[in-house]
Design a protein around this ligand. Structure first.
Ligand code: G1P
Length: 299
């Protein structure tokens, strides 16, 4: 399968940090956020990826390219580990780029991938959502797609006050993790929301979605929404929701970006101990529950 990663948005919520650099390039510990997304795609068996960029996003292309000067200076020095790391980034996958020339919603962005996708099913990973989980969640979505022979949208439960930040699905539970979708609504108010199952940022779809996007009229914020196109798509196909596990961070949100840095660093051998001591100094205690690290304030 091919993957499409939309990464054209402005990152307004993180200004001024994103004035002249893409939000997807902000570091989470020591890697840009989008590298986690691309590594998730690769770990899910995907090696052909289209990144949808826009003006001001060239740093993304540079990051996944060779850097001969840097490589040769690292190779000839003591810093061989860095050399291996830097060299391997350019070989992660076949990465292609296309620009979304005007920002007119997620559906509009995905439509730019029509030619690249061709006639096969494909995966969408939102470029500003990273997941901290042992198992790549995209792989679970692909497995469900293959067993049901039907498209899948990743979802997670959110609190009712937050439904207006997400696409929300109206769905019937089939088993522990799977639901059959009956309808979708983009960023509903809590009182019009059919559930608290929120679209997570990972999708496995078929090329029929492009025809649906063509027929989608501007929705929330006057933009072409992928969620609205999925409502049309439902008339052509069964559509499932898979409840994704793992910690999800929206890198475009300041608080999520901070949490991602702390929680991912707490899982790193080279950083965990020192960070833990620092958090203890602040009277905070990191907790590990079912392999999920969270930082809880001490009572
Ligand atoms: C987009 C989608 C929304 C989804 C969300 C996940 O919204 O339109 O359906 O729930 O991503 O992060 P955005 O966050 O780009 O406004």
């Amino acid at each position: 399968m091919k993957a499409v990663i939309p990464a054209a948005g402005y990152g307004t919520r993180l200004l001024p940090a994103t004035k002249s650099q893409p939000k997807e390039m902000l570091p989470v510990v020591d890697k840009p956020a989008i590298q986690y997304v691309i590594e998730e795609a690769v770990a899910s068996g995907i090696n052909d990826i289209l990144v949808i960029t826009g003006r001001g996003k060239r740093a993304i292309e540079d990051h996944f390219d060779r850097s001969f000067e840097l490589e040769s200076s690292l190779k000839d020095s003591e810093k061989h580990d860095y050399f291996e790391q830097i060299r391997s980034i350019a070989d992660l996958a076949d990465i292609h780029y296309i620009r979304q020339k005007e920002l007119n919603g997620l559906g509009h962005a995905i439509y730019t991938a029509k030619k690249y996708v061709g006639s096969e099913p494909f995966v969408i990973l939102l470029g500003d959502i990273i997941v901290n989980n042992g198992n790549p969640c995209t792989k679970s979505l692909i497995d469900l797609f293959n067993s049901n022979k039907a498209p899948v949208v990743g979802v997670e439960r959110v609190s009712m006050e937050k439904v207006d930040r997400y696409g929300i699905v109206d769905a019937k539970k089939i088993n522990e993790t799977t639901y059959k979708i009956k309808g979708l609504i983009e960023k509903p108010s809590p009182n019009e929301s059919p559930s608290n199952l929120a679209i997570f940022g990972r999708y496995v779809l078929t090329p029929d979605i492009f025809d649906c996007i063509e027929h989608t009229t501007p929705g929330k914020n006057g933009e072409i929404q992928l969620t609205d196109a999925l409502n049309l798509y439902l008339k052509k196909t069964d559509l499932y929701a898979y409840e994704v596990s793992g910690d999800r961070y929206d890198i475009g949100s300041k608080i999520d970006w901070l949490k991602a840095n702390i929680e991912i660093a707490l899982k790193r051998e080279d950083l965990a101990e020192e960070l833990r001591q620092y958090l203890a100094l602040l009277n905070l205690e990191p907790k590990v529950i079912n392999d999920k690290v969270t930082v809880k304030e001490q009572k």
